[in-house]
Write a protein that binds this ligand. Structure first.
Ligand SMILES: C[S@@+](CC[C@H](N)C(=O)[O-])C[C@H]1O[C@@H](n2cnc3c(N)ncnc32)[C@H](O)[C@@H]1O
Ligand SMILES: Nc1nc2[nH]cc(C(=O)O)c2c(=O)[nH]1
Ligand code: SF4
Ligand SMILES: [Mg+2]
Length: 214
């Protein structure tokens, strides 16, 4: 059984695939925060910008089989002629609590490339086409290689220097959104300065928030 908070068609807003048309599938639940505001301060991840509790979002629900969920997600991709490869991004919450090889295979059978946004604390099933790891605080990584490492910046217990030697193809710093425009402007400035001083790292802005497309 898969528990889905919401699913929607949009553009990937972040990282190396920013701007790419994508079906987003957001799983419920996370291993680093309950999702309740009362627990936020004491959670292992304290800055989450996402509601991942329950199955009540747009196109959310409970799906008993991989094929039922894959069919549901495929229906969100524009079906008319296109030269683009269909792309699904599994996120959450923490997708690696629920994503398994049968679901990846079912998406491949519909012609999709499969991307994952994960906090990196759980081992991934085989078959993922684009793996994005976003470390959180002092939590140990179970994944030390992949397509992109996208570190929310700054985090006092997750310094970029710690991740720079790992086996990823792309390294991004993404300014932490604290919900306050003035604070956010300072954070973007700080992040920009780090990338300029350390050119291994590129800036990832959350373009969906800037452009307002979801
Ligand atoms: C909501 S998380 C879900 C996937 C997974 N649990 C993870 O943390 O990577 C999706 C992406 O949003 C990023 N993110 C979450 N809260 C953020 C914030 N306040 N500012 C910037 N990025 C944030 C995460 O680091 C991750 O890259
Ligand atoms: N447009 C858009 N791009 C995203 N990239 C990662 C997201 C996420 O919440 O995992 C996200 C999201 O929520 N919306
Ligand atoms: S690990 Fe991801 S989903 Fe979980 S609380 Fe942190 S940002 Fe949110
Ligand atoms: Mg998001």
């Amino acid at each position: 059984m898969y528990h889905i908070k919401e699913a929607f068609y949009t553009l990937q807003g972040e990282g190396a695939q920013a701007g790419r048309a994508s079906v987003f599938c957001r799983f419920t639940g996370c291993n680093l925060w309950s999702g309740r505001e009362i627990d936020r301060a004491n959670a292992q991840c304290t800055f989450c910008d996402t509601d991942f509790i329950g199955t009540d979002g747009i196109n959310g629900g409970r799906f008993t089989t991989p094929n039922a969920l894959a069919e549901h997600l495929n229906a969100l991709w524009p079906q008319h002629n296109t030269r683009a490869t269909p792309y699904v991004v599994f996120t959450g919450g923490e997708p690696l609590l629920q994503l398994d090889t049968p679901l990846i295979t079912a998406m491949h059978d519909y012609g999709f490339e499969v991307a994952v946004e994960t906090n990196g604390t759980l081992p991934p099933p085989p078959g993922i086409d684009w793996l994005c790891v976003s470390p959180k605080g002092a939590n140990t990584l179970a994944i030390t290689q992949g397509d992109e490492l996208k570190l929310v910046y700054p985090q006092s217990k997750a310094l970029p220097e710690k991740f720079a030697p790992l086996g990823f193809k792309h390294f991004f710093l993404q300014p932490m959104d604290r919900g306050n425009p003035q604070v956010n402007a300072e954070t973007v400035h700080l992040t920009t300065a780090y990338c300029m001083a350390n050119p291994q790292w590129r800036l990832s802005l959350q373009t969906h928030k800037i452009a307002g497309f979801d």
